[in-house]
Ligand binder design. Structure first.
Ligand SMILES: O=C(O)CCC(=O)C(=O)O
Length: 253
């Protein structure tokens, strides 16, 4: 499914924009589920991972609805993950981030999990599922193309000419080599800017959120063999890694 052109673009630039990957009706269904979770969780929303000023966040989403379980198995996204991480990868976490209206929701540039590529190569790759159109004013993602190849992390407050804003309609998925420097921006509109982060890591690294511990038994019982594999539920190496120390994400250490 991934053309040579797109594969090379992802390798070189560190990102790939996939417009229309989520059909309109699905976007609406995700938004409904996301808002239901926010309403149910109230002040606690996001607490399984981290809270962030001027945003609403959800964490541990695989536990929170069949649609989220479906998201981690998207074949196009999985193929992109394999292109960046190699064949041995798993879900690290599935979170939602909603930049609040008229707020300083911007983030410093960062690489997810503060990750630098190691001797085996890249080990973090994210997919940003756009649920509200990303526009120049509503807190769209900013990225520094090519920075995943620099082997360094951004200094606090750094601003680069090569930085660009990723805008696009709801239903777009942005694949992001998560070593590439990136961050959210301020939302200067009257509406929330909501996106899902379906985040994967290489098999020999800990999950940001240890799925086996976080997913309720009834959820685990209902999963397909593919979903179990992606979640590394039957992988003893992952148990050891993830119990030893969970991989924190982004600048949210
Ligand atoms: O939602 C976004 O625009 C980016 C969020 C991000 O990079 C993060 O939370 O680590």
């Amino acid at each position: 499914m991934l053309s040579d052109f797109n594969r090379q673009f992802l390798e070189k630039q560190g990102y790939l924009v996939l417009p229309g990957l989520i059909p309109k009706e699905k976007v609406a269904a995700y938004l409904e589920l996301v808002e239901k979770c926010f309403a149910e969780e109230g002040e606690d929303a996001g607490s399984e991972f981290k809270m962030e000023p001027n945003t609403r966040r959800l964490a541990n989403c695989v536990d929170k609805g069949e649609l989220f379980v479906e998201a981690i198995q998207n074949p196009v996204v999985l193929e992109c993950m394999a292109a960046v991480l190699g064949a041995d990868f798993k879900l690290s976490s599935l979170n939602v981030r909603s930049a609040n209206p008229n707020s300083a929701s911007g983030q410093p540039l960062h690489a997810d999990s503060g990750a630098l590529a190691d001797e085996k190569g890249y080990w973090v790759c994210n997919s940003v599922w756009i649920l509200d159109d990303f526009t120049p004013n509503n807190g769209a993602l900013r990225i520094v193309p090519g920075s995943h190849r620099w082997g360094s992390l951004p200094e606090p407050g750094v601003k680069l000419e090569s930085e660009m804003l990723v805008t696009g309609p709801a239903g777009t998925v942005v694949i992001m080599n998560a070593h590439m420097w990136h961050g959210g921006t301020d939302n200067r509109t009257d509406h929330p800017r909501r996106a899902m982060h379906v985040y994967y890591t290489r098999g020999d690294k800990p999950q940001q959120q240890y799925q086996k511990q976080l997913l309720r038994p009834e959820v685990q019982r209902g999963l397909s063999p593919l979903a179990r594999k992606i979640l590394a539920l039957d992988d003893a190496r992952n148990d050891e890694l993830s119990l030893a120390g969970s991989g924190v994400s982004g600048f949210l250490k």
